[in-house]
Ligand binder design. Structure first.
Ligand code: SF4
Length: 236
């Protein structure tokens, strides 16, 4: 059971340390990944529900964005930093889509990061954005491992297929392997021909330590394992 709240916010375009700007049409994320660093948003937003059990829907996101783009310095917009912009609720609310329409009209550069094949719904719109990169986070090649760490997120196969379709449609794509989970060895082969580049990050957060312990996977939670995968993916 997820608590969904429709809200109105005062601002939508925030400065980011990774890219120039970020927008988050939702507060909270239905995917509830065990390692998620964005869970600090729970405290920040005053929610009592655990991470993954609440989503605030920013109804006025697109209206605000239009006005803010007119005032702020043009720079790459990361969609999104602390939620999945194509989490299941987006099918109904279309807030990410509306924001992308405005970014396309305003000709701002965009980078999308998701785990969801719902991004394909917007393929024609994405083709209209002149400077666009679309990335999928794929943390392991082994779907049994994915189920342990990201049980609510789409299966690995589904993400790979979507990534392949985006690339085939002529879009620039990347895969974000972060955190590098057990079973990441096979990713080099699976990602062949589907991405323009890869990003890897060890991600030194400890939220998912209990998952490694529970399933006896601690030997895959080491610097040595990370370096091993980095070596394999370098060959890519
Ligand atoms: S999809 Fe991203 S934001 Fe959502 S729970 Fe997973 S890591 Fe966190």
């Amino acid at each position: 059971m997820i608590s969904i709240r429709e809200i109105k916010v005062k601002t939508i375009l925030s400065p980011s340390k990774i890219y120039a700007w970020t927008i988050n049409p939702y507060v909270g994320c239905q995917y509830a990944c065990s390692y998620c660093y964005a869970r600090f948003m729970q405290r920040f937003s005053g929610h009592q529900e655990p991470w993954g059990k609440f989503v605030d829907v920013k109804l006025n996101a697109a209206d605000l964005l239009g006005a803010e783009l007119a005032k702020k310095k043009r720079g790459r917009v990361w969609v999104s930093g602390v939620c999945d912009p194509y989490q299941p609720l987006e099918a109904e609310y279309k807030l990410t889509r509306k924001c992308l329409e405005i970014l396309a009209q305003s000709n701002w550069p965009v980078i999308i990061q998701t785990r969801s094949p719902l991004v394909l719904r917007d393929l024609e719109l994405l083709k209209e954005i002149k400077d666009l990169t679309v990335g999928f986070t794929i943390t392991t090649a082994d779907d049994a491992v994915r189920r342990l760490f990201e049980p609510a997120a789409p299966p690995v196969k589904v993400r790979l297929k979507a990534l392949g379709e985006l690339r085939k449609a002529g879009l620039k794509t990347y895969a974000m392997v972060a955190p590098v989970l057990p079973g990441a060895e096979g990713l080099a082969e699976l990602l062949q021909g589907k991405v323009d580049y890869l990003l890897l990050d060890r991600m030194n957060y400890h939220y998912a330590d209990w998952v490694y312990r529970k399933y006896g996977l601690e030997d895959k939670h080491t610097e040595a394992y990370f370096q091993q995968i980095k070596g394999k993916l370098k060959l890519f």
